[in-house]
Design a protein around this ligand. Sequence first.
Ligand code: PEP
Ligand code: MG
Length: 930
Amino acid sequence: MSTRWIYSFDALDAATEKCGGDWDEVRGLLGGKGANLADMSRLDVAVPPGFTITSEACNAYLDVGERLPDGLVAEIESALRDVEAETGKTLGDPVNPLLVSCRSGAKFSMPGMMDTVLNIGLNDEVTDGMASIFGDRHFALDSYRRLIQMFSTVVMGIPEAPFEDALLAARVARDVTSDSDLTESDLEPIVERFKKIFRNHTGRDFPSDPMEQLTMAVAAVFRSWNGKRAFAYRKASGIPNDLGTAVNVQTMVFGNLGSDSATGVAVSRSATTGAPAIEGDFLMNAQGEDVVAGIRQTNTIDDLRVEMPELFDELEQAAKMLERHYRDMQDIEFTIENGKLWLLQTRDGKRTAQSAVRIAVDLVSDGILTKDEALERVTPEQVEFFLHPQFSAPAKDSAVDDGRLLTKGLNVSPGAAVGIAVFDADLAEKWSSERDEALILVRPETKPDDVHGMLASAGVLTSSGGRTSHAALVARQFGKPAVVGAKEIVLDLEARTMTVGAATINEGDWISIDGTTGEVFVGEIETKLPDIEDAWLMSLLAWADDVRDLDVWTNADYPADAERALKFGANGIGLCRTEHMFFATDRLPIMQRMIMANHDSDRNEALEELLPLQRSDFAGLFRAMDNKRVIIRLLDPPLHEFLPNVDDLVRNATDLKIRLMNAGDLAEVNRLVREIEETETILSKVEALHESNPMLGLRGVRLGILIPELPEMQVRALFEATAMVLDEGGTPKPGIMVPLISHAAELTPIKEIVDRVALEVLGERSDEVDWQFGTMIETPRAAVTAAEIAGVAEFFSFGTNDLTQMTFGISRDDAEKAFLLGYLELGILAANPFNTLDRDGVGALVRSAVEAGRATRPNIHVGICGEHGGDPRSIALCDEMGLDYVSCSPLRVPVARLAAAQAVLNRPGRPDPDAGLHMDPAKGVVADAG
Ligand code: PEP
Ligand code: MG
C-alpha cells in the first residue's frame, strides 16, 4: 500500500489510527501545529479549512535528494479540491478565488526557524478579481507584492535587498516612513518591479499558476528543515534532526471585507485579574496585523457583543469550549469574514500573578484541573508578587520614559518603596517620628546598628554589599523592599548628597526603589498594595499544605513578625536572631556598658538590666507562636558591631580636643576633659576588639564560652519567659540554639549552663515543658562531625549563609561586588550559591550531616534557616535531602509553602501528568485510564 502523505484537518481519526492512538506520534506525524489545528477542527469551532502534509513526506523529499515523493502532488490536488468544495472558492479563479497559506509545523515548536509563504493563489488576474470583490485594490496589490517578495526570498533564495530597496525608493518618493502608507498608484509599479527582480535572478517569470506556486512553496518549507537557522536551533534545544517538518496548507480568511468583517484577539478569562469573563480587542473591517500593530484604536470585545451579538456568543462559547479542552485559559486569534467567525489559533494565554492564581483555583472548581495540577500552574515567584506593594505598571513606564531611572543594583528584597532619601539610621528614626513622609534609608552598606533606621524606613538602598549582606538579610526579614550594591551611587555623607553621574539627590528628596527588579528612580512613583487575604491564594496554599512534607517555619525576631508569619502559615520560628533586640536605642547603651565593663560587677549589673528586657522579648514571641517551636539563638555577631565606629570616635575625640582649646570656663574644661577620657576609653576598647576577619573571629559560641554570663543571662530570660507564659495558660515550646560551633566540645559548657538554669528557673516544671537544646550547623567542620555533635544537640539548623561562605571560602558580604557576578556571567557557576543552595558542595555537606546526625540520634530534628530556606530551588533540594523543615523570612512563608508542595509533585518517579495521553475518537486528547 502506498504511503499516505496528507491528512486534512478533519482527518484526525485516520492520523490517530495510523499512530496507534498515541498523541505524541500524531504530533510527530502532523507536527504540533497541524495536530492542534486538526484537534480544533474536530471541536465545534470553525477553523479555516486546510490540510497537513506529513513530516514523513518531508523526510521522503529530503532522502531522495529534494524531489517531491511520488503521489504527493496528486494528493495535494485532491486535498485542494476538498478545501474548494468546503469553502466554495477555487484556487486561481478570479471571480471567487481561494488563497492559501503554507506554513511549517514540526513536532516541537521552533518559532520563526522555518519558512512560511502567504497569499498563494494570486496572479495578475486573481489580483484584479480580488480588487473588485473586496472593493479594495490597494489591499489586493499589497497582498500580491507580498506574495512575490516572500516567494522570491523563501522559495527561490533571492536576497531581500533588491525588494527592500524598491520599497524604500517608493517610500522616499512619497515621503512616508511606512509601507502601509504607500498608495495604490505606488504599488502597481512595485508589483512590476518585483516581477522583474524575480526574472533577473531566476531567468524565468514569476509562476502565475497557483498550483505551481503551492508545490514549490511546499518543497521550500521541506528544505527549510535543513536550513542553517533551524539546524542551529535544533542543536541548541536538543531536537533530533531526523524528525522532519510537516507543512500546513490553510485557507486564508480576511477580516477586511466590509462592515460584516472583523478581526481580533480574545482571552477566555481576564489576564489581569483572572475573572472568568472573555476579554479582548478587535477591529471592524481590518486585517490581523492592524490589531497587533496598534496603529488603529481597537475596540474592546464588549463592543462586539453590541455590534455582532450572535458572533460574540459564538466566540464566547468557542473560548469556553477550547479552555475546557486544553485545560487552561486560552488566547485566541479570530477573524470574522462576511459574518462568519473563524478561529485561526488558540494557545495558553499569558497572565499576571494574580490572574494565574485565580485561574488555577477556578479551573479546579470548574472540574477542569486537579488540585495537584493547579499547584503546578502557579510559580513561587507569582505567589511572591502577592505579598509586596508593586509600582503600577503605567506609572513606572512613564518614569522610565521621563528619564527618571537613576540606576540599578541587586534586587534583594522584593516590592516597591517610595520615600524621601535619608542617609543615616538615627536621622531616619528621628524623621519617622517627626515627619509624615515615608523614608528610604540610603547607606554605603548597613550594619546591625542601622537596624532601627531600617525599621523606620519604607525601603533600603545601599551602594555596596551583596545578596546576603546585612542590608539584604534584614530587609528580607522585615519585608522591606531593598536594592543593594548599586555601585554607581556615590554617597557623600558630609555634603548629604547622593550622585549618579550628573544626577544629584539631596537628603530629603523623593526617590523610589523597586526591590523586585533592582531599579532606583528619582521622584515618586505610584504603588499599589497587593491583596494578601486573596481567597484564591488562600485556597491554593491550603492545598499546598496537604501535599508538602516539609514544615515551613519563619525567621522572626519580634512578636509582630511572628504574628505576620503565623498569618502567612508559618508553623514555628526556626531562628530568632537575638542580637537585633539589643540594637534598640534604649538597649544599645546597656549593651555597650556590658561590653566595656572592666569588672565583673559592672558587667553583671549591665546584664541584669538587659535580662527583663530580653525576658519580655521572648515572652512576646512565645505568646505569638503559642504551642509552636520558637528557636532562640544565643548572641552571634562580633561584639564590636555593638560599639561605635573607630573613625567616628577618632573624629569625635578630635572635635572635643579642639573645643577644649577654646573652652571658656573651668566647668566646661572639666566636662570636656571627662568626655575626652570617655571617648578614648571606648576607642581603646573598640581598637582592642578589632579583628582582621571578624566573621571568622570572636563570635557565635566563642563569645558564650569567653563570657559565660552572656548566655546565662539569655537562657535565664528564656526560661523565665517560659514560666511567665506557662502561668498565663500558654504552651511555650522553646528551643535554645548555639551559633557557629565547629566542635562538639564547644556545646558542653553551654549545655551545662542551660541545664542548670532550666532547673533553677523551672524547677520540676522543666520536665513538663517541651524545650530543646540544639545548634546551628554552619561551619564545614560542624557538618563533617555532625555524628558527634548530635550526641549533645537535639536539633540541627543549617546556617547555609555561613556554611556557603566557609565552604566556598568567599565572603558573603563582598563576593558579589568582587567577582561572583563575573563567575556567573562566565558560566563558572550556574547560580549564585548565596541564593540557591549549591547541591554538590554545600548540599553534600548538609546531606551527609543529616545522615550522620540521624545515625547518632534517629529523631533529631533538622532544618535550614539560612536565606536558602525561602528559595524554591533550594527548598526542592531540602525536600530531596529529607529535612524536616525550612525556616525563612515571614514574607517568603507562602512562597515556601507552594515550593515545598511542588517539590513533592516533582519528585522523580512521580507520574508525569502529561505522560500516557492518548487520542480518544469521541473526546480528543485524554489521559490514559488508570
Ligand atoms: C546563616 O549563617 O545561615 C544564618 C542563618 O545565620 P546568620 O545569617 O545570622 O549568620
Ligand atoms: Mg550564621
